[in-house]
Ligand binder design. Structure first.
Ligand code: GRF
Length: 206
């Protein structure tokens, strides 16, 4: 499975995929990484592993690249790499419906909540403020509506009375590092379909 990964931050999820690819533990080839930030540590991780990186971040007259310009370059890059799957792993820009609908491959996103609850930002703080008992992460198909596409898989944890937004972020990230490669493996072996008409109900890892 040829995958392209879009990142904005530390890239710990990208690193999990790089390690799995290099260990032969996942039938994937990471054909390229796109970052919308030049200072993202994910860029260093990709370069250190010899993976092609496109940094689409430049700031013009004090403003960051507009989303239309970003999407134009990202589309051209993806068309050149010809991925089978695009993975948004900590990618923090909202993409337009036009980009998503015309992407050259299906896209999945990793989101730090049990969707459909807690779409958007600051999920750990909001979950704690609401007194929830459970939290976790979801992988879903990217559609034009933010964090609303079909959920493919979820990792769940029980919230402890000692949890803070920071501790939850760390505990959810441990789950993400298991859920992302597991879900990509399911996609690679045909256990999960990304075609809407064939999507069954969500699957959960055992
Ligand atoms: C993850 O926690 C993800 O849920 C959120 O951003 C974080 C990315 O982490 N959207 P990393 O860049 O993979 O380390």
């Amino acid at each position: 499975l040829r995958i392209a990964v879009l990142v904005s931050g530390s890239g710990s999820n990208l690193q999990v995929l790089i390690d799995a690819m290099q260990a032969g533990a996942l039938p994937i080839e990471i054909v390229g990484v796109i970052s919308n930030r030049d200072d993202a540590y994910a860029v260093t991780r990709a370069k250190d592993s010899g993976i092609e990186v496109a940094v689409l971040s430049h700031v013009e007259s004090g403003k960051r690249m507009g989303i239309k310009t970003f999407e134009k370059h990202a589309t051209a890059q993806l068309e050149a790499w010809q991925p089978d799957l695009v993975v948004l792993a900590g990618f923090m820009r909202v993409l337009s419906a036009d980009f998503i609908d015309n992407a050259p491959a299906p896209m999945i996103n990793l989101h730090p909540s049990l969707l459909p609850a807690y779409k958007g930002l600051d999920t750990h703080t909001r979950v704690l403020c609401s007194g929830e008992r459970e939290h976790g992460c979801s992988i879903h198909v990217v559609t034009a509506e933010l964090d609303a596409g079909q959920v493919l898989s979820q990792g769940v944890l029980l919230i402890r009375h000692t949890d803070t937004p920071d501790s939850l972020q760390k505990r959810v990230q441990v789950l993400e590092h298991q859920l992302l490669p597991w879900t990509i493996l399911q996609i690679a072996i045909g256990g999960v379909s990304l075609t809407p008409s064939e999507q069954a109900s969500s699957i959960l890892p055992a």
